[in-house]
Design a protein. Structure first.
Ligand code: ATP
Ligand code: MG
Length: 196
């Protein structure tokens, strides 16, 4: 069985994340995609959301997709979330599954800096999707990393969680940039400074 891992802080989850996961799933015939929200250290965002809130947003957004799941490991574990530690544990617990780690172009560029990247690329393939602002350039990567990065096409979406946090804080609409369920959650919970 082939499973994609969609990691991120998802603060908030937006349609760029959803489309990246769906594009990778379709392009490489992944049977499932597991969303894995990472823990955010308390100092990272001044008006930050909690792990429970980010998990709730991801859960609400993926509920209608039969192939999407959520794993709360990194949020529950706390501390800094290193992908290598998560991947070691995934491969221990699910020995029969072939994992693919889905990332946007901004992350592809930084792969050489990821902790234990040589072990990571021995353990799994990455699936990279394009993202406005960063070229998806595999030639810029060392060859042993580049050959473990597969590419999935997706319509380009110039949307980031950073942009959505500042729009929400400024009283601007984030409707249709996040899944409807996330929009409803943000309205109800009043996170990001939205008036409930
Ligand atoms: P922030 O602005 O807080 O960093 P973000 O929008 O980059 O948020 P993350 O949670 O950091 O979202 O990203 C999780 C993963 O999703 C990363 O691999 C990132 O490259 C990818 N991603 C995020 N937004 C897009 C997008 N618009 N198109 C393609 N990939 C995306
Ligand atoms: Mg990001």
């Amino acid at each position: 069985m082939k499973v994609g891992i969609m990691g991120g802080t998802f603060d908030p989850l937006h349609i760029g994340h959803m489309l990246a996961a769906e594009s990778a799933r379709e392009a490489y015939m992944l049977e499932q995609v597991w969303f894995m929200p990472s823990h955010i250290p308390p100092h990272k965002h001044a008006a930050g959301t909690t792990g429970a809130q980010r998990l709730a947003m991801v859960n609400s957004a993926i509920a209608g997709h039969p192939a999407f799941r959520v794993l709360d490991w990194e949020v529950v574990r706390g501390g800094v979330s290193y992908t290598i530690e998560t991947v070691r544990r995934l491969q221990e617990e699910y020995a029969g599954i072939e994992f693919y780690f889905i990332i946007g172009a901004d992350m592809v560029q930084y792969l050489p800096k990821w902790r234990d990247i040589d072990e990571l690329v021995r353990r799994l393939y990455f699936i990279g999707v394009g993202r406005p602002g960063t070229p998806l350039d595999l030639d810029a990567l060392p060859q042993h990393i580049a050959r473990r990065v597969l590419i999935a096409d997706m319509p380009q979406l110039d949307i980031s969680s950073t942009m959505l946090r500042s729009r929400a804080a400024a009283g601007k609409s984030i409707r249709y940039m996040v899944p409807d369920a996330v929009f409803d959650y943000v309205q109800r919970s009043g996170c990001y400074g939205v008036q409930p």
